[in-house]
Design a protein around this ligand. Structure first.
Ligand SMILES: Cc1cc2nc3c(=O)[nH]c(=O)nc-3n(C[C@H](O)[C@H](O)[C@H](O)COP(=O)(O)OP(=O)(O)OC[C@H]3O[C@@H](n4cnc5c(N)ncnc54)[C@H](O)[C@@H]3O)c2cc1C
Length: 431
């Protein structure tokens, strides 16, 4: 294969010393034929055209944190957007920020902090802007400010045929609908305009509690969070701990009034009688997504992940979730606040349709446990769930697709994926 001269400067081949740091994703070790590092939209078009002319499979990568590991491949071309990482305030009065998909949330938080702005994103600083802004983005400001997709106001997209289009509420409205939840199958998003929140400091409470087999601690957590002030969002990790289990919870209060913050978090102490430790702090929002979390993705965390959404944590649901952690298979269960501002958005306004839930439950197993081990545990949990989130599915097969995009939403997603990507360049296989 002859490499066109104009592309040479952006191509990283297996013999290149940068290749080991660029070939993989967070969850998967891969061997692409080449990684392309375009520096602007025109170079993304050139990279895509080259891959299509050579008939090579294409993987698009922003941060490489997707659990499915689809941001790389074996034998194909990876279009790595890490050089498209600009963060620029376009209009301070409208809090409108232009962000490159290759930026990581740690960098975005650091750049916006001096301006008193924050974008509601995920909870980990190394996650890429691109993948999360087109699938969801549920994090520390979820109940207060909604998800990332809820505040995307426009996107620049390179379509499968190489055209560059702007998608917003009035231009390409169908494409704009699809990229807010189902953006993996329509093209390559090369820039996003996102409305930020006015936010400087936040309150953080970190607590570790003993969790019970019956699931009473997690049921109390979700029940309290459902009626808690909207400034409060929480994430809990349920983990085996000897023969017991612990619930490690971080709650974030989106505001700097210490009195209100203490009042909002006080009931969390009583989730279980076994409070092991608790710590409350007031910090800049950017401290939640520290730059120390930035690292290359080299397949360091293989595993299988699935998830489900719940309207309410009923006693049977809580018991089924807890049982997974007390089972002999080592399993990580995460609970994340949904609800609040997320539910202010009508279900058909974006391709993320789940707008009447209160909690997202994520289950993961890691080697030597395989996907079958997770399925066995999840079979008991799944009947309590209603829908799931594409960004936390490591196996985006047809069944997962319908859980993530139920009913008419799924039909519309498939229709738009076919319309914008007729040759199935971007679409996950089998969908
Ligand atoms: C440790 C960890 C923590 C996480 N925490 C959260 C969290 O708190 N909240 C949350 O909502 N999610 C979270 N996630 C899930 C994560 O947000 C999603 O998986 C997201 O897709 C990752 O974005 P990325 O840019 O890093 O992904 P990538 O792996 O680069 O991409 C994911 C998918 O999107 C496609 N894609 C990427 N960029 C583009 C683009 N610019 N245009 C078109 N398609 C593109 C890729 O081809 C791939 O199919 C977490 C994941 C991990 C591993």
């Amino acid at each position: 294969m002859t490499l066109p001269r104009e592309l040479e400067s952006m191509i990283v081949l297996p013999a290149d010393r940068r290749y080991p740091m660029l070939r993989s994703t967070f969850t998967r070790t891969c061997r692409p034929a080449m990684v392309m590092l375009p520096a602007n939209t025109a170079e993304v078009v050139a990279a895509l055209r080259f891959a299509r002319d050579q008939d090579l499979p294409v993987a698009v990568r922003s941060g490489g944190h997707g659990p499915a590991g689809r941001a790389s491949n074996d034998g194909g071309v990876v279009i790595d957007l890490s050089r498209l990482d600009d963060v620029r305030v376009l209009d301070r009065s409208r809090r409108l920020v232009r962000v490159g998909p290759g930026a990581r949330w740690a960098t975005v938080a650091r750049e916006l902090s001096p301006q008193g702005l924050a974008i509601s994103s995920g909870d980990h600083g190394n996650v890429g802007v691109g993948g999360s802004s087109i699938s969801g983005g549920i994090g520390w400001l979820a109940r207060h400010w909604g998800m990332t997709v809820d505040h995307v106001r426009a996107a620049e997209v390179v379509l499968a045929d190489g055209r560059i289009v702007r998608a917003d509420a009035s231009t390409e409205p169908d494409l704009f609908w699809a990229i807010r939840g189902a953006g993996v199958g329509v093209g390559i998003v090369t820039a996003l305009e996102i409305e930020a929140a006015e936010l400087r400091d936040v309150g953080v409470i970190r607590m570790t509690l003993l969790a019970d087999r019956e699931g009473e601690a997690i049921r109390r957590l979700v029940t309290y969070m459902t009626g808690a002030p909207r400034e409060l969002s929480a994430a809990g990790m349920l983990m085996p701990y000897g023969g017991e289990a612990i619930l490690s919870t971080t709650a974030v209060y989106a505001g700097d009034d210490v009195r209100l913050m203490r009042k909002a978090v006080a009931p969390l102490r009583h989730l279980s009688s076994g409070l092991i430790k608790q710590h409350i702090q007031r910090v800049p929002y950017s401290a939640l997504l520290p730059c120390e979390q930035l690292e290359p993705n080299t397949g360091q965390r293989p595993g299988t992940t699935t998830n489900g959404l719940l309207h309410a944590m009923t006693p049977p649901a809580a018991e089924a979730i807890s049982a997974a952690v007390f089972a002999p298979t080592p399993t990580l269960i995460q609970l994340r606040s949904a609800g609040g501002a997320i539910n202010d958005v009508p279900p058909d306004a974006t391709a993320f349709a789940h707008r009447n839930h209160e909690v997202l439950v994520i289950g993961s197993v890691f080697p030597p446990q395989d996907s079958g081990a997770l399925d066995t545990l999840w079979d008991e949990i799944a009947p309590h769930m209603d829908g799931s989130y594409f960004g936390f599915e490591s196996r985006p097969d047809a069944a997962a697709f319908r859980r993530c995009f139920p009913g008419a939403t799924g039909d519309r997603v498939l229709e738009l994926w076919r319309r914008y990507d007729p040759d199935e360049i971007f679409r996950p296989p089998g969908l």
